[in-house]
Design a protein around this ligand. Structure first.
Ligand SMILES: Nc1ncnc2c1ncn2[C@@H]1O[C@H](COP(=O)(O)OP(=O)(O)OP(=O)(O)O)[C@@H](O)[C@H]1O
Ligand SMILES: [Mg+2]
Length: 403
């Protein structure tokens, strides 16, 4: 089983997917931007061969892939910017799997919504716009409040809620550098994920997580400690509409085998609306959370699905799992953390991961990375108790920076 895996080293969770591929018996050829010396032992051990190449240079990537001199059985990528490149390479090398056009449906937000809508599913009213005039025209048609966001965005960057024509003027200035935007009806509701490892379009595994608060709010207010909760009770009727939507979206987009990460909204009246979907694993340590929920290894199970069309883990869902991302007060380097020792004394047995920055370390840019200044992850069979412990991380652990 020869697998060409793009970006085996970065983002960091790719290192575990690389390990997973090796563990299920694949010979992994890696292509990435890092130099060979920059690969940690875990990655190096898991690779049969590696070439450093700029993944932005398609011709160079094709040449580098050829230079391995093997016939690939699979070509995979789980990093958002290069999902379409993987589809292109499958076509170039005649490999089964999603072609570039299918991959584009998981990347281009307007195309995605058109395909989902064509299947009769509810998406926010939307339009694509390349100029201020087109945005204004779309805003009038859709009517306020609206959302403006890049066609190929990530991390809520350059995404704005606009309530009226006056606000639109200033948002147009702030988004002037974005070549093409989506204009959408603003959907008021709770926000969830529907994540899957699918085999030939059918989920062998699925997950539901809830965002608290909604990502756009979390990214607009530095004082917030965003929480994401993997739900244990996935068969709760309140998720049924989201799951049904998710399954139909996979069909509509021609999903094959691999990871998917969908976001969906649920309005107070129960209506369920499609948000977006990626043909990749979710970031922000959500894969770790899903693993903690059932004590399984989805890095390996993804690899098994991709290579052998099998999923072997037992999904027990014993726990709800909440991750809390912290943001320090002040700028520069972390100076102190308050409340962590006390928290660990009281709740340490429910903590499955703790990776807060420590004094002396430089703050991360909370606008650039959801992980912010680190995180703490708790789990418990009871959802209310999980949320109570997560909220205490938000309120009772405080990080300070200065100098
Ligand atoms: N139509 C909408 N109605 C209400 N809120 C929206 C809408 N579109 C986007 N948002 C808010 O903006 C956030 C970011 O939008 P979206 O998920 O489409 O883009 P993204 O930047 O690719 O996301 P991610 O943060 O997952 O990388 C959403 O999570 C949601 O909170
Ligand atoms: Mg999103």
């Amino acid at each position: 089983m020869n697998v060409l895996f793009l970006a085996p080293n970065y983002p960091p969770e790719m290192q575990d997917f690389t390990r997973g591929l090796a563990e299920v018996g694949a010979d992994v050829c890696g292509l990435g931007d890092s130099g060979m010396d920059g690969l940690p032992p875990k990655v190096r051990r898991s690779l049969a061969a590696y070439r450093q190449v700029s993944l932005f240079d398609r011709a160079a990537v094709v040449e580098a892939a050829r230079s391995f001199g093997v016939r690939f059985d699979r070509i995979e990528c789980l990093w958002e910017p290069f999902i379409e490149l993987a589809g292109h390479l499958r076509e170039v090398f005649g490999i089964p799997g999603m072609n570039e056009d299918v991959c584009r449906g998981f990347r281009d937000k307007e195309l995605m919504k058109r395909r989902v809508e064509a299947a009769g599913l509810r998406v926010p009213h939307h339009a694509r716009a390349r100029s201020a005039a087109e945005v204004q025209e779309a805003a009038e048609r859709i009517s306020y409040p609206i959302i403006i966001k890049p066609i190929a965005g990530a991390g809520s960057a350059d995404t704005y809620r606009v309530d009226n024509a006056a606000q639109l003027e200033s948002v147009l200035q702030r988004t002037a550098h974005v070549e093409e935007v989506s204009v959408e009806e603003f959907v008021d509701g709770e926000e969830f994920t529907f994540d899957t490892i699918s085999i030939e379009g059918r989920p062998a595994f699925f997950n539901i997580a809830q965002y608290h608060p909604r990502p756009l709010q979390a990214r607009s207010n530095e004082w917030i400690s965003p929480i994401v909760t993997v739900q244990r009770d996935v068969w709760n009727p309140k998720f049924r509409g989201g799951i049904e939507l998710g399954l139909k979206v996979l069909d509509a987009l021609g999903m094959g085998t691999g990871f998917t990460h969908m976001e969906w909204y649920r309005k107070a009246n129960g209506e369920v609306i499609f948000g977006e979907i990626g043909g990749r694993s979710p970031g922000g340590h959500l894969v770790d959370q899903m693993n903690f929920s059932s004590d399984i290894d989805l890095f390996r199970e993804w690899a098994r699905a991709v290579c052998w069309r099998r999923f072997d883990a037992e999904v027990s869902r014993r726990y709800n799992v909440a991750i809390v991302f912290k943001r320090a007060l002040g700028q520069g380097r972390i100076t102190r953390i308050e409340g962590l020792d006390e928290y660990m004394r009281r709740y340490g047995r429910h903590v499955c991961a703790e990776a807060l920055l420590r004094p002396g370390q430089r703050r991360r840019d909370w606008l650039q990375t959801l992980v912010s200044d680190g995180f703490l992850c708790v789990r418990h069979p009871d959802l209310d108790e999980t949320m109570r412990m997560a909220n205490l991380v938000a309120t009772d652990i405080r990080m300070y920076a200065g100098g």
